[in-house]
Design a protein around this ligand. Structure first.
Ligand SMILES: NC(=O)c1ccc[n+]([C@@H]2O[C@H](COP(=O)([O-])OP(=O)(O)OC[C@H]3O[C@@H](n4cnc5c(N)ncnc54)[C@H](O)[C@@H]3O)[C@@H](O)[C@H]2O)c1
Length: 316
């Protein structure tokens, strides 16, 4: 039985990963400060430790028990990162360095603890070369994106200076059950679905022609697990995306259709700094990690709606 440390495991993506690891009969230790996650997201069998990734002593103690660390804890909001620049930086970048540092120190004389961490498509900024390949220029436009790029740079330090093997995963737009539809920072699928289920008309910000690459959370968990398993990869980053584009407008219509609601859309003012197009190239995800993000938006949306209606939880 392997022991995994999951930071941010009470959150949306982390709790699906905890489900998967517990189902595989591994031991999952979850470190989370519950700033946005919920302990009741965790499956029975996961071990929950309430605490902060910036607490070096606590992280050090947990890391010594772990065969590998999935680092997902972050303040996962672009808007908040711009409002509270220094505060989110302390969690999103300094907190990540704390994780790498603990992985370096956990076993002085043995193999270092492998770290798989969440990066983001936000590292690309408004790069015009679609689809985005990992080698595309990284020019983040937000504090959140800059900190995620910082995590990747410190991932290099972790490997080259401290011998900590690590892989960063650039998640595109992740959606699925347990994404909090009440949060203004939440993904657009959760927000639109909540509106449609409550009989309201979804409100598209801007002209609705913005393009996104929506990936279902189960496929993100596939990528996390594969990145941990492929230990020949020592220091690398991968897009975690589908390569299929959906416009925000088309998404709103699809959701209305899936709920049997009229295909009506309200339009509001565009958000400042909203990226026009974000579409990833999943070639390396497939070739190096063996992961195909096969869940379609229609199917993933159906499973998300099922969960929102309080039906059987769509398990990872
Ligand atoms: N959801 C997406 O579309 C998306 C896209 C790109 C990248 N990501 C990244 O994936 C990761 C997981 O995102 P998510 O959507 O599940 O977000 P989430 O907010 O649901 O999960 C983050 C978890 O981290 C915890 N946390 C925050 N600060 C902490 C701290 N200082 N110490 C301990 N725990 C702390 C929160 O309580 C929460 O449970 C994040 O790193 C995020 O930046 C997400």
């Amino acid at each position: 039985m392997k022991t995994w440390l999951i930071t941010g495991g009470c959150g949306f993506i982390g709790s699906h990963l905890a489900d998967r690891l517990v189902r595989a009969k591994d031991r999952a230790i979850v470190l989370d400060d519950l700033s946005s996650g919920r302990a009741d997201n965790l499956p029975p069998g996961a071990e929950f430790v309430k605490g902060d990734i910036r607490d070096a002593a606590l992280v050090g103690r947990l890391m010594r028990e772990a065969d590998g660390c999935f680092h997902l804890a972050a303040i996962a909001s672009v808007a908040r990162s711009n409002e509270d620049w220094a505060g989110t930086h302390a969690v999103n970048l300094t907190g990540t360095i704390n994780i790498f540092d603990a992985a370096a120190r956990a076993r002085p004389d043995a193999r270092k603890v492998r770290v798989v961490y969440a990066s983001s498509a936000a590292v690309y900024g408004d790069c015009p070369d679609m689809p985005l390949v990992e080698a595309a220029p990284t020019k983040p436009l937000t504090a959140y994106g800059a900190d995620k790029l910082g995590c990747e740079l410190h991932g290099r330090v972790a490997d080259y200076v401290h011998g900590v093997p690590n892989v960063g995963l650039r998640f595109f737009n992740v959606y699925g059950p347990r994404q909090d539809p009440a949060s203004p920072y939440s993904g657009v699928i959760a927000i639109f679905a909540k509106a449609v289920l409550e009989g309201r008309t979804p409100r598209v910000l801007g002209d609705g022609k913005q393009i996104r690459d929506f990936i279902f959370v189960d496929n993100v968990v596939d990528a996390l697990v594969a990145a941990m398993r492929h230990d020949e990869l020592r220091c690398d980053v991968f897009n975690v995306c589908t390569g299929r584009s959906t416009s925000i407008e088309a998404l709103a219509r699809l959701l209305a259709e899936a709920c049997g609601a009229p295909p009506k859309i309200d339009y509001g003012p565009a958000r400042s700094g909203d990226i026009r197009e974000s579409l990833g190239d999943p070639t390396r995800l497939r070739s190096a990690l063996g992961v195909t993000a096969g869940v379609t938006v229609a199917d993933g949306m159906r499973r998300t709606l099922e969960w929102m209606r309080g039906g059987a939880p769509a398990k990872a």
